[in-house]
Write a protein that binds this ligand. Structure first.
Ligand code: UDX
Length: 468
């Protein structure tokens, strides 16, 4: 089949690579020429500077003959003539200050230019049916608007399908090659048939749940799945985490193993941390609340989950002053991990970044960050042209370098390598020193570290004063 992807972000690039691997001729249209050049280059460093996903480089390389990235609209126009499906993979962020309303600017811009191309296909005859696929997370009734706009632009012989992605960053390629489920929401059998052919390898597999629903159910299903996961994580912070912080004699890990031993509960989402970030959960919960509001249903419960997630970060940050009497003014902060979680370079809604903003606002003199994958993203984010205080942020290339000349450490991302950073800490810094473990990465070493004089504030533990 001939598949066009619009948008080479994390979702577009990874999904397109898997399409090519499934044997489809795949073209990815992306407006950023630098990104196009990097993704076509075959060069690991150039690709990973944009999208750091395990297995992506290999998959692109293996399917080189079937996938191309382009920002050339003529190439896109030619391809559209024979496209069986067009996947819309555009950012659909939350509108600033609008309580969860989705900003569809990028989506509609892309749809407009796609429409202008679709009307010209087959010399204007539009003989070939094309399926437009919403892969970006969109409001539940989005397909109505999409179909209306395309029809108004004169596009004929098309269907609109909702096929949400459930990719987990850091495991996107693995997940896409071996998904638990594929969800396709369409209105006609004709469109279901096209999608079954797109996903033939999964449709025919006994290991994949291939779920066919209507397009509204597919869009709502994505929002609800993400809210279910998000609320579990945040409830973990606010109840399990708080219990272990407030009552003596409780170890977070011991409680977790008791709870997770019930197979109905399982262990996913029971890891304590300073904040649940990333590009999906927060935005999708806000969008769900906004749509509840519009439908006359009270969105309070959903909004409460969002508020508790923010509260988690506030409480954790404030513990430095409230429990350790730490004054941020003039202090140097070391940050291990800037990504919103391990195995990704994505810093969107990252707890570490939000923590750094707070430390700078509270008067921290210098912030030194080490992250094994997100240095480039940090350089871009902490550009002093955006805010003068960003000049106080430095990005370095090793744990030891980051620890030099600081009085407080934040462990902000659960990168596996930080679990064995206790030796480096003991070797490099001298107490009095405050360790803020936002991920419980050093939990097994807290006793040893406090005996060596380190004060420790960790999510899921009461304050541990270092031996004086
Ligand atoms: C999420 C969903 O898991 C995925 O199904 C959906 O398609 C997109 O959103 P992702 O954004 O990649 O995926 O992140 P996820 O691994 O779910 O983690 C989200 C945040 O919660 C991270 O900051 C993570 O560190 C944190 N988290 C996760 C916890 O604090 N505790 C946990 O137990 C799990």
């Amino acid at each position: 089949m001939n598949l066009l992807y619009i948008g080479a972000g994390f979702v577009g690039a990874c999904s397109a690579a898997v399409s090519a691997d499934s044997g489809h001729e795949t073209l990815v249209f992306e407006i950023d020429p630098k990104k196009v050049e990097s993704l076509n280059s075959g060069d690991r460093a150039a690709i990973e500077a944009w999208i750091y996903e395990d297995g992506l480089v290999e998959l692109l390389e293996r399917n080189r003959d079937r996938i191309r990235f382009t920002n050339d609209s003529v190439e896109m126009t030619n391809f559209v003539n024979s496209a069986d499906a067009v996947f819309l993979c555009l950012p659909t962020p939350e509108k600033a200050g609008a309580l969860g309303s989705t900003d569809l600017t990028y989506y509609y811009q892309a749809l407009e230019s796609l429409g202008a191309n679709l009307v010209k296909r087959n010399n204007g005859e539009q003989t070939k049916r094309v399926v437009i696929v919403n892969k970006s997370t969109v409001p539940i009734d989005q397909i109505d608007q999409t179909a209306k706009r395309l029809t108004a632009a004169g596009v004929k012989n098309f269907g609109v399908v909702s096929n949400p992605e459930f990719l987990v960053e850091g495991k996107a390629i693995e997940n896409s090659l071996h998904p638990d489920r594929v969800v396709v929401g369409a209105e006609t059998e004709e469109d279901f048939v096209v999608m079954r052919n797109v996903y033939r390898r999964f449709y025919d597999s006994a290991n994949v749940k291939y779920i066919e629903v209507n397009p509204y159910e597919a869009a709502a299903g994505k929002l609800l799945a993400n809210f279910t996961l998000f609320s579990r994580i945040v409830t973990t912070y606010a109840v399990l985490g708080r219990t272990s912080e407030k009552f003596p004699h409780l170890s977070y890990e011991a409680l977790r193993s008791v709870i997770a031993s019930d197979p109905r509960i399982g262990s996913w989402g029971l890891y304590d941390s300073l904040f649940s970030g990333g590009s999906c959960f927060i935005k999708d919960a806000a969008s769900l609340a906004f749509q509840f509001d519009g439908a006359g249903h009270n969105p309070e419960l959903v909004r409460q989950i969002l508020a508790e997630n923010n509260n988690q970060l506030e409480l954790f940050f404030d513990r430095a002053q409230n429990e350790a009497g730490f004054d941020w003014r003039g202090k140097n902060l070391t940050v291990l991990g800037a990504a919103f979680k391990q195995d990704t370079n994505d810093i969107r809604n990252s707890g570490s970044i939000l923590f750094i903003e707070k430390a700078l606002a509270a008067g921290a003199e210098k912030v030194t960050i080490f992250d094994p994958a997100a240095s480039g993203m940090c350089e871009w984010y902490f550009n002093p042209e955006k805010k003068p205080e960003y000049a106080r942020v430095k990005i370095v290339a090793s744990i030891a370098e980051a620890l030099t000349d600081s009085q407080v450490l934040l462990l902000g991302t659960d990168w596996a390598m930080f679990r064995s950073s206790a030796e480096e800490i003991i070797k490099t810094v001298t107490p009095p020193y405050l360790i803020m473990d936002g991920r419980r990465l050093l939990a097994a070493r807290f006793g040893e570290l406090s005996a060596a004089g380190f004060d420790i504030i960790s999510v899921g533990s009461p304050f541990i004063a270092g031996k004086k």
